[in-house]
Design a protein around this ligand. Sequence first.
Ligand code: DOR
Length: 454
Amino acid sequence: MLATQRLPAPSLAIRGGHVVLPGEVRRLDIGIEGGRIVELDLPLRASYPHELDATGLHALPGAIDTQVHFREPGLEWKEDLATGSEAAAAGGVTTFFEMPNTRPPTTTPEAFDDKLLRASGRCRVDYAFFVGATPDNADTLGQFEKRRGFAGIKVFMGSSTGSLLVPDDASLRRVLAAGRCRVAVHAEDEPRLQALAASVAVSRPHDHALRRDEECARRAVQRLLDLAAETLRPVHILHVTSAAEVDLLRTHPARRLATAEVTPQHLLLAAPDCYDRLGARAVMNPPIRDESHRVALWQGLRDGVLTCIGTDHAPHTLEEKALGYPGCPSGMPGVQTLLPLLLNEVAGGRVSLEDIALWTAQRPAQVFQIVGKGGLLPGLDADIALCDLSLQRTVTADLLRSRCGWSPWEGESLQGWPRITIVRGHVVWRDDAPVGDPIGEPVRCADAVPILGR
Ligand code: DOR
């Protein structure tokens, strides 16, 4: 395994582009020194030995994808840290938070160290790893909190891909009592999942949302928020899928302790159409539901009840998906298409560039207190996605960098694509090709988490 070679970040001026700032888009040049933005101005005051012409491009803060499964160790035929981070870089994602349901799962200090070692020198963008909670490690999870590269604790309240599970309130209470960082939760109620598995017959992908119904999600969120109120522990609810969860997050007495994220696929796909078109490829946990839920998710995101967007990039091979429902694994890839999908929404006049910066960079950085990340401002890391808002492209398999080699968005024509991706001042991706050696490093999350929920 190669050690990360810390290349000196170039002193770089990005000229000619428009910069997406919190709340406004302005024609500005960007001055970068030592990996950080040092000035945003027109013209820049200092001189810089390197220049990058961004004429016609918009500079968005590099996206922070707080939910990806890169499958290493143990499931590398689907993805690994190198291929997953290439897909991230190709899509303008400059930081990823990776999930612990690997083989073995990331549940011990040894497994966490192993992930950091594997990532070193192989990732094109910055990263951190979640540690999975189990009834066995529940009381000791606080030990990870000051470590560079530690994203947070991940709880599966309901069974999904892999063996991780904290099914009962007594164990969940212990997890919440051990430590201070925000706890990220896959919120589906395991007792109800088991009851539905025993009582609901399924034969086609459309049935997935019956087996993992809205009530599974609602019950889990209710239990979690009740326990958050009791323990005063901040929680982050991953992939919210239903109107009932949005309502709970809007009204529960512990709502100020809770942040939440939503995936692009739950925002942009709806049943039954997605199952008609994509079959088992559209199957994921928790499921894509009908149009009424999709509308409620957008409303929740616009209101700030849902805090940010994460992809739940969950690659499985086409052969695995071809097993059909219910034999196929759940999940779909998405890290590379996060920004193109949202930029296409900008082209359609449905969201703004400032919304994208808020949902994919500023808020994720706040939720997890990521040091130095989250926007294009002097003092922050120069993590930048230079995007061409007029570029129209169809998603095709040859564009995709994930090892799984497919996307639910293949055949879609999208307007607005990242062209150049910059991590701490290093160009890491340019016009469909990697640039230089991988320079990704582990990020640091502050251990004290502010109350962010509404
Ligand atoms: O659909 C899913 N796939 N949901 C999860 O919670 C896990 C993920 C995976 O790892 O495949």
